[in-house]
Ligand binder design. Sequence first.
Ligand SMILES: [Zn+2]
Length: 277
Amino acid sequence: MTRRLLGVFAHPDDESFGPAGTLAVHSAAGVDVHIATMTDGAAGAPAAGFPEGDELAVVRRSELRAAARHLGATLHHFAHRDSGFTGDLRNQDPRAFINVDPVHVTDQLVALIRDVRPDVVVTHDEQGGYHHPDHIRCHQVVRAAFDAASDPTRFVDRGTPFAPSRLYSETTSNRWVKVATRLMRLVGRDPTRFGVNGDVDLTRVGMDPARITTRIDVRRGWPAKQAAAACHVSQRGDVGPITRVPAWLLARMLPSELFIREVPAPWPGLRERSLFV
Ligand SMILES: [Zn+2]
């Protein structure tokens, strides 16, 4: 029987800069891989030469489509307006994803889960990787939809109840983040203002390694991950280490992607190397 994996992400590019290696190795192994993207990316800061707002959203939709093809995944795009980082004025827009009624989004995801019938669902971790409000909201609604999809008394007009077997959060260990922040301070850079927009506080990124339950070997997935990341030109995906460093070297340096098993609840010390039962 075909195994199915559904990854639900906040923005068009989170699939590629996130667990793309995992998506790629599973699709190459014959797993039916689906990507759901919750927002349109209109609030993202575009690279030079790209439009903003609604026109940027159109560009990002086509970048996302191309990335999904490299990852061998079927795309489901909900295209809510994305929110900015904490404190961004655009977060007052009622259309911003963080302002959309979470019950409405849960309803959309329940319908998707009942339609796709995935064995495994993957999303952002509870702190949204680097605390982006859309990532955190995405985690919350995916958890709600994961539970509701199997309940015949909820969202009764949204398809036949279905219970995926496992839910995972993609995550980062704060072990390397601590090393990186120390190095940055040594060379006089401020790790609390990292990233293209200076809005990532590296000192708050990453999870306690003790919470990481699952490591997926993605060495064979690096070429596809690089190709997918390079599709996001408007987000400067075609520059930087992910696309400039040879795939074989990345595979050696970063052989695994990391996850926290949410459902079934892990026991202390659980360490596994597969998302599937
Ligand atoms: Zn994102």
